[in-house]
Design a binder for this molecule. Sequence first.
Ligand SMILES: CC(C)(COP(=O)(O)OP(=O)(O)OC[C@H]1O[C@@H](n2cnc3c(N)ncnc32)[C@H](O)[C@@H]1OP(=O)(O)O)[C@@H](O)C(=O)NCCC(=O)NCCS
Length: 171
Amino acid sequence: MIHIAAAQVADLPEIDSLLDARFGPARRNRTAYRLRDGAAPDAALSFVARDGAALIGSVQCWPITLRGAAGSVQPLVLLGPVAVAAAREGQGLASALMRAALAAADALARPPVLLIGDAPFYGRFGFSADATAQWQLPGPVDRARLLLRGSAAGLPRLGWVEPALPARRAA
Ligand SMILES: CC(C)(COP(=O)(O)OP(=O)(O)OC[C@H]1O[C@@H](n2cnc3c(N)ncnc32)[C@H](O)[C@@H]1OP(=O)(O)O)[C@@H](O)C(=O)NCCC(=O)NCCS
């Protein structure tokens, strides 16, 4: 019986194993990791999929910030990684995890959600690269894969995506 549940701290070792299996240990060299180094995931927006006791999918979200050229500092949510066990692909699990995370973000009035990923997949959840062309990250990023969900109203056109300020980091 497959179910989606809020991710717990105790799930982290299993989530790490799934991520190592799907992305390889070199995943930690990715630019997204520079945005969340030392941060804890946003527990209210992070979910796991289990089949009985087995962890078969995960989505995590993290607090980050967008600093504008004029000095503005805007909180954002960084979504990812999303991963599903290889043997369970194509069953709608990633989509269910995405819907759970985004519904929670909406219900809790969280800031806009940013991710680095494939637009053909994430576009169906309302993500696009339209607003992010001039946002800089602490590492290389494929511009077509820097995707924001929803309206960019009020967000700077030119900005720096950075780790969350310490006060904003999840406990
Ligand atoms: C990508 C991943 C999370 C998808 O999980 P999943 O549970 O199979 O996804 P779902 O069943 O919810 O959705 C499958 C749909 O997404 C599409 N899809 C999956 N990955 C895609 C991609 N990279 N680009 C475009 N479409 C993609 C499938 O073609 C399928 O389309 P359909 O609904 O029109 O048939 C999973 O393959 C995975 O863990 N891959 C390895 C890690 C990874 O690449 N994560 C994403 C990082 S950007």
